[in-house]
Design a protein around this ligand. Structure first.
Ligand SMILES: Nc1ncnc2c1ncn2[C@@H]1O[C@H](COP(=O)(O)OP(=O)(O)OP(=O)(O)O)[C@@H](O)[C@H]1O
Length: 282
C-alpha cells in the first residue's frame, strides 16, 4: 500500500502523527544538505533538535515550513502531505519562532499588535483583526508572562521579551507544532533561565502544541521535553525518547568530539574529557 494512502486514512481516524517526515532528501547542486531523514512527531511529544553548526537544522525547518522544496521523500502534517494540498494551509499548523522574523516586525508596532498579526501567520495583517482576537492576543501574552508589555513598542523590547512576544504571536494561529529555533541565543544566563521557565510552563499545558526546540545546548532541554533528534552532516544520528537518543555516545557522534553527559537536579550538562579540552587552558 502506498504511504500517502496510509497517511490519509489515519488522518480520517484522527490518529495521524502531527508530523511525519520520510526519506527526506534536499540537494542543491552537488551539495547534499539533508539525506534520507525519517522523523515522526506524535501528539503529546515535545522534541529537541541538536546538532553542530551546518548539520542541517535550519534547512530541515525550512523544508517543514515549505520554504525549501525537497528533492526526495515526503513531509506530512496531520496526515496531509506537502504537494497534495495547499502548502499555505499546512503552514498554519506549524508555528515557527526564529530570529529571522525579528527584522520584519515594524519598530513602532505594539506587542499586542504583533501578537494579533500571528492570526494569519503573516506580518502586517493585524488591522483585519477583531476584539476577540485582541482578547486572545492578551491572553497569550499573559501566558508568556508578558501581559504588562502589551502596549510597548517592538523597538523598546529586550531580546527575551521579543522572544516571548513572538511565541505568543505564533500561538495565535493555533499551531499543532511550535518550532523554537535557537530561542535562547542572545539571552544572558538569568534571562535564559527565566525564558526556559515559560517554555516549560507552555509545554505542560494540556492544550499545548508539540514543541520542537532547536538548540546547540543540552542545558536548554527542560524536563517537559520527551524526545530528541540528533543530526550530523545532514543525517540522523539518533532519534527517539530522550533516554535512548540523548547519550554521551550519540552527542559525541553528532558533534564530532568526545563528550560526557550528565543530568543533575533536572539539568543536562556536557563535559569534555581533559585530553579533549583543546585551548581551554587546563
Ligand atoms: N541553498 C543552499 N545551497 C547550498 N548549500 C546550502 C543551502 N542552504 C544551506 N546550505 C548548506 O547546508 C548546510 C546546512 O546548513 P543549515 O543552515 O541547515 O545548518 P544549521 O544546522 O542550521 O547550522 P547552524 O547551527 O550554524 O545554524 C550548510 O553547509 C549550508 O552551507
Amino acid at each position: 500500500m502506498k504511504k500517502s494512502a496510509v497517511s490519509s486514512r489515519s488522518a480520517v481516524k484522527g490518529t495521524a502523527p502531527i508530523l511525519d517526515v520520510s526519506a527526506l532528501t534536499v540537494e542543491r547542486g552537488k551539495t547534499i544538505i539533508l539525506r534520507d531523514i525519517a522523523w515522526r512527531v506524535e501528539r503529546g511529544q515535545h522534541w529537541v533538535i541538536l546538532g553542530p553548526n551546518g548539520c542541517g537544522k535550519t534547512s530541515l525547518l525550512r523544508a517543514l515550513t515549505g520554504y525549501m522544496p525537497p528533492t526526495g521523500g515526503a513531509i506530512s502534517v496531520l496526515g496531509r502531505r506537502y504537494g497534495d494540498c495547499d502548502w499555505r494551509d499546512l503552514r498554519l499548523s506549524i508555528g515557527l519562532v526564529t530570529s529571522a522574523l525579528q527584522i520584519s516586525i515594524p519598530p513602532a508596532e505594539t506587542a499586542v499588535e504583533t501578537v494579533m498579526s500571528g492570526k494569519f501567520a503573516q506580518l502586517d495583517l493585524w488591522a483585519r483583526t477583531t476584539r476577540a482576537d485582541r482578547a486572545a492576543a492578551l491572553a497569550h501574552l499573559r501566558l508568556l508572562g508578558a501581559g504588562h508589555l502589551a502596549e510597548r513598542e517592538w523597538i523598546f523590547l529586550s531580546q527575551g521579551e521579543r522572544q516571548r512576544v513572538l511565541i505568543a504571536r505564533a500561538l495565535m494561529a493555533k499551531p499543532r507544532i511550535l518550532i523554537l529555533d535557537e530561542p535562547c541565543s542572545g539571552l544572558d544566563p538569568v534571562a535564559r533561565d527565566y525564558f526556559l521557565g515559560f517554555v516549560e510552563k507552555l509545554a505542560r499545558r494540556r492544550a499545548s502544541p508539540s514543541l520542537v526546540l532547536v538548540t546547540h545546548h543540552v542545558e536548554e532541554i527542560t524536563p517537559a521535553f520527551t524526545h530528541a533528534l540528533l543530526l550530523r552532516e545532514g543525517r540522523v544520528v539518533a532519534d527517539g525518547p530522550l533516554a535512548k537518543a540523548l547519550t554521551a555516545r550519540t552527542l559525541s557522534t553528532a558533534f564530532g568530539a568526545p563528550m560526557r553527559l550528565a543530568r543533575r537536579d533536572g539539568v543536562w550538562r556536557i563535559a569534555f574529557p581533559r585530553a579533549a579540552g583543546r585551548g581551554r587552558g587546563d
